[in-house]
Design a protein around this ligand. Structure first.
Ligand code: CA
Ligand code: CA
Length: 426
């Protein structure tokens, strides 16, 4: 018998206000560690965490051998303890080839209890890992080399201690080594559904310079969206819908219910790309070996490569551009010039390809027929009498001003005479 109905009502209200719909998890102990060392010269990279805070590490250790074979070991560990959910990922890749393998490990060991009998589900996705969840009435073991997902259910008994462990097993077979991976999600209660319709505001960005907004369909009241980089539940990048990012990569979204902290088991994902420009294989010109007094144009063309457009320069792969386009027409140069062309794509630029346009050392060939003879001398004599290049009667570009000082005088005659004696242009 109860003393009063109001006491019962107060107890019920207190239960609703203080306790979540499903039993809280009491975390007892937790240790997590990861390390990686590339073979032959790889520096050991390691991290560990004995506390209950989220632990998100990606370790990488490049090695290398004189025979040119690389060995790059990586290890990662991502774990989050929520009110009613345990999320653990352990992942290793010893890397290497040709018998050169690095070392990698990633372990998580967790003990916990629940204050009331609680039904739970455990979803495990793994390949080359050992996962176990054990304690009174519970004995779940996952192992094996092939990618598998299994979900099962059970009941945690009040006050008992349960142990969850996650450890990749690196298997060597047929001259190769296989990394290990496990993604374990233990939930008390029903996780919210996976986000849908992931989108980017722009598909490509300039890293660190421009941004893209990532969003999913509004998950509804009481739900928020957590974003991760590189894998579902891996490096956290923020909560929001949308969120703004300035780093290219593969982004993953989980729905999180605010009332009990449960996250969706799976992710929606989008990729943010970066602009690229691939190097041209060469550049060409439509005619070459030009007369210094060529009054026409030449056409420069890029060969191979890709990007948004091609930018051209004279004399170096920088400075003021002389034009833009896969092919451009420009006035023929008066001196030998190397032209540089590169692909440009917003923030990305390829290397330059070059083409040399040779202008013959034959300024006295005033009529541009490849020889310096009497017909050139006749043109020179007229210009000599006019003297100043600024004279309106002087031919365009003042070709007889061989030393290009603005006058056709004795100095030019000396240069003319030397080339006249040579006759044929080099
Ligand atoms: Ca000539
Ligand atoms: Ca002159």
């Amino acid at each position: 018998m109860f003393k009063s109905g109001s006491f019962l009502a107060a107890m019920a209200l207190a239960a609703i206000a203080c306790a979540p719909s499903f039993g809280d998890i009491t975390y007892l102990t937790q240790s997590r560690s990861a390390s990686a060392q590339g073979a032959s010269g790889g520096t050991v990279a390691s991290a560990s965490a004995p506390d209950f805070a989220p632990f998100n590490v990606r370790l990488n250790s490049p090695g290398g051998f004189p025979d040119g074979l690389g060995s790059e070991a990586t290890a990662s560990q991502f774990s989050t303890l929520a009110q009613n959910q345990i999320l653990v990922q352990c992942k290793t890749s010893p890397g290497g080839s040709g018998g050169h393998y690095g070392l990698a490990s990633s372990t998580a060991l967790l003990t916990f209890s629940v204050p009331t009998n609680s039904a739970f589900s455990i979803q495990t996705t793994w390949a080359g890992a050992n996962v176990s969840l054990s304690g009174p009435g519970v004995n779940i073991v996952r192992s094996g080399p092939f990618l598998t997902t299994i979900t099962s259910t059970g009941t945690f008994q009040a006050g008992q201690t349960y142990t969850l462990s996650c450890e990749p097993v690196n298997e060597i077979s047929a001259g190769s080594i296989r990394g290990g991976f496990a993604d374990v999600i233990v939930s008390i209660g029903t996780p919210p559904s996976t986000p849908v319709n992931p989108k980017t505001s722009v598909a490509k960005i300039c890293p660190g310079l421009t941004t893209s907004n990532l969003s999913v369909t509004n998950p509804g009241s009481g739900l928020v969206v957590d974003w991760y980089l590189g894998g579902c539940g891996e490096m956290p990048v923020g909560t929001g819908n949308p969120i703004t990012v300035s780093t290219p990569g593969d982004y993953y979204a989980k729905t999180r219910r605010l009332s009990d902290g449960l996250r969706s088991l799976a992710c929606a994902s989008v990729s943010v790309g970066t602009y690229t420009a691939s190097n041209p294989t060469g550049a060409s010109v439509n005619r070459n070996n030009l007369c210094p007094h060529d009054q026409g144009t030449i056409q420069l063309s890029i060969v191979g490569g890709s990007g948004q457009f091609v930018r051209w320069y004279a004399d170096s792969c920088s400075g003021a551009p002389i034009g833009e386009g896969v092919s451009i027409s420009i006035p023929a140069p008066r001196r030998t010039t190397v032209y540089y062309g590169r692909w440009v794509n917003n923030c990305a630029m390829s290397d330059c390809a070059t083409v040399a346009v040779v202008v013959r050392d034959c300024a006295a060939d005033i009529d541009c027929n490849g020889v310096v003879d009497d017909s050139d001398f006749a043109l020179f004599a007229v210009a000599y009498d006019l003297l100043a290049c600024s004279d309106p009667a002087m031919p365009a570009d003042c070709p007889s001003d061989i030393n290009q000082d603005g006058f056709v005088d004795d100095a030019d005659f000396s240069a003319f005479a030397a080339q006249y004696d040579r006759l044929v242009c080099p």
